[in-house]
Write a protein that binds this ligand. Structure first.
Ligand code: MN
Ligand code: MN
Length: 294
């Protein structure tokens, strides 16, 4: 890998990891979700990066895709919550994506949380050029099943590209027949999810996280103008409802129209029927193994 690119990935990784750990220290009973998200994103800027996506705070049965809105002032962490904090930072478009799980003031789910953590560690030990992604899925599956939990079969890790959060290879959390092999210099997010439920997420409710897709078809000048501004401001990376409201106050109805035309995508919240734990690191595949950048 080009050494300037590698340095940018390493810097993004360090920033994302520091912001993630800082965020974990804020996960206390009574803490407001809005404060946590805003503080972690501010930390990313202070450290010299930019958020690659809104900070995700997903609680209990919510596996992924939730970020508070500016008016979500009542949402707070409660004692016993199992909280996934998923943080992304980029430097010049080179993205690091990382997550951890904390159980607040309790340890009923200690083994569940350990199971996604050790599945991730096992994969990292195993990764090197030539390893098939189906084999990684098998490691995650066996590691989590052995502890008596279910891996979430319809969530997976992913390749990362410049200004692209999900690109190239998909890394399953269950065994698959995929013969696709990892290659040297590939940048990949590995993210095992373990559940006390069936291990299958459904789309339920909204995340308050959006992605610009394409210009709208109606020849409405205002809609086309907003779409153009969204593309300029957020490009190919997801953005938060909070960021939208600050940048474009009073344009919510226009945003909703863009969503209904498919010009902007609103991610659904992903929910399982049991408690969910997730751990995630971004790695770069090296000649004889991998480098964890987060
Ligand atoms: Mn993530
Ligand atoms: Mn990810």
């Amino acid at each position: 890998m080009d050494s300037t690119v590698l340095e940018k990935y390493r810097k993004a990784g360090k920033i994302a990891a520091e912001a993630r750990d800082y965020g974990a220290s804020l996960l206390k009973a009574g803490a407001k979700l809005l404060d946590i998200a805003e503080k972690v994103e501010k930390k990313i800027y202070e450290l010299g990066g930019k958020p690659a996506f809104p900070v995700n705070i997903s609680i209990n049965r919510v596996a992924a895709h939730f970020s508070p809105k500016l008016d979500d002032v009542e949402l707070e962490i409660r004692e016993g919550d199992v909280v996934k904090l998923d943080v992304g930072a980029h430097v010049d478009g080179y993205i690091a994506d990382t997550a951890l799980t904390v159980e607040v003031d309790n340890d009923r789910y200690h083994r569940l949380i350990q199971s996604s953590k050790s599945a991730l560690e096992r994969v990292i030990e195993h990764v090197k050029p030539g390893v098939e992604v189906g084999e990684i899925g098998k490691i995650v599956y066996e590691s989590i099943k052995k502890e008596g939990f279910n891996p979430i079969e319809n969530l997976s890790g992913h390749g990362l590209g410049r200004f692209k959060l999900h690109t190239g290879v998909s890394i399953p959390n269950v065994p698959t027949r995929s013969k696709r092999k990892l290659k040297e210099d590939e940048v990949v997010a590995i993210e095992p999810f373990a559940s006390t439920g069936r291990g299958y997420v459904e789309s339920k409710g909204w995340s308050n996280i959006y992605l610009y897709m394409h210009p709208p078809t109606p020849r409405d000048i205002r809609l086309r103008f907003l779409a153009k501004r969204l593309k300029e401001k957020f490009g190919t990376l997801p953005f938060a409802d909070r960021w939208f409201v600050r940048e474009f106050p009073n344009l919510r109805i226009a945003l909703e129209r863009l969503i209904s035309h498919g010009s902007v995508y609103h991610y659904p919240r992903l929910v399982d029927d049991g408690i969910v734990s997730q751990h995630e690191h971004t790695i770069i595949v090296t000649e004889d193994g991998c480098e964890v950048i987060t």
